[in-house]
Design a protein around this ligand. Sequence first.
Ligand code: GDP
Ligand code: IMO
Ligand code: MG
Length: 427
Amino acid sequence: MPALVLLGAQWGDEGKGKATDLLGGSVDYVVRYQGGNNAGHTVVVGDQKYALHLLPSGILSPGCTPVIGNGVVVDPSVLLSELSGLNERGVDTSKLLLSGNAHIITPYNVTVDKVTERFLGKRKIGTTGRGIGPTYADKINRVGIRVQDLYDESILTQKVEAALDVKNQILTKLYNRRAIAVDQVVEELLDYAEKLRPYVADTVLVINEALENDKVVLFEGGQGTLLDIDHGTYPFVTSSNPTAGGACTGAGVGPTKISRVIGILKAYTTRVGAGPFPTELFDEDGEALRRIGGERGVTTGRDRRCGWFDAVIARYATRVNGLTDFFLTKLDVLTGWEQIPVCVAYEIDGKRVEELPYSQSDFHHAKPVYEMLPGWSEDISKAKSFSDLPKNAQAYVKALEEMSGAPISAIGVGPGRDETIEINSFL
Ligand code: GDP
Ligand code: IMO
Ligand code: MG
């Protein structure tokens, strides 16, 4: 019963889509367990580029069954347009399974996300504006709408009424917006019901039966460890648990079933939206990482903030996720620097600190302590094995592995499926 979790070890956009797609050919199921269409996962197959938001990256591998688990929040209009977009490109999406317990991102959740951010002004989180936070808030407040509610009009109407009761007061009285009509929302949601019906399933049962039958299941995280609502840089986080435990609750599998937890780790660091980022660069090096790495958001088109590799964060990700392996991505982007700084510790109020400080104020004051590693100038994008890499690139990888606390089992040297060096097999 091999069950693997694949998740972001930093602030998202580490290359999870590419890594999942790479394994998609050898696994039976790929399951998204949290987040929603705030995610933007890029997969490059030959000369084709796909940007996936809600669909698990396994959808591009014909033998693999993609599953949207109960922990995901689903915007039906986005899901349906993603499906039709792939169908137009000849991708068969008929195997998709959607949990009846997944929560629906309603149009009013999207409105609340946008007006809340506007209201926060300078203190905003910089969300993707996709209604993620308000939908998870409704779930926790027990006024959420689930996929299964779309199939009972009376229950759906009652639930939308209950949710809008308070929201309309807030929208009209606090934010000076128009109230949202219950009938209009119900009508829109009912329209999605029949289109989604073929995919709706008891995904918890399907996944657990698959594991009992020795099928290989891969759980694909969205976002990343430092965006986790519990373990990330709160409040500058997303509203779900991308960390490994989220795979258990967001898919309905017990922790005893998980055999491997793979952290996707970029060879440098990026972040989108607001919040602390100790190794952030505001100079030409940051501009160069952005340009060479193509660091622009897949979902919102925002420029990503860029900085050097932060080993304190990588060590933290190893700990909170119980990582068994790392998949190091975008090593090729670092080609050309004479020396590459790596953050090995922080200085906080004049003291050297080796681990991520638990206090938010301390983290806001953390200054990176850098060690300089020698760079390389050779093109590494064609490297197929570790020994093909220049000596300094090998030493960079080994140094990162040592500092981060788990073996690096694969290295990305380009966006394509085959631009990968496999060191240890994941399966
Ligand atoms: P995700 O959200 O974690 O799936 O990552 P994104 O797709 O948002 O961002 C990662 C970007 O890096 C995408 O444009 C990928 O095509 C690209 N990418 C992934 N791995 C590599 C790599 O090893 N080298 C290079 N140059 N690009 C990569
Ligand atoms: P993938 O899966 C990078 C960030 C947003 C914002 C914060 C909260 O592609 O790695 P939200 O809309 O989730 O309430 O926004 O989280 N964020 C991401 N940053 N990659 C992502 O996804 C992200 N999903 C959300 O920029 O700072
Ligand atoms: Mg992304």
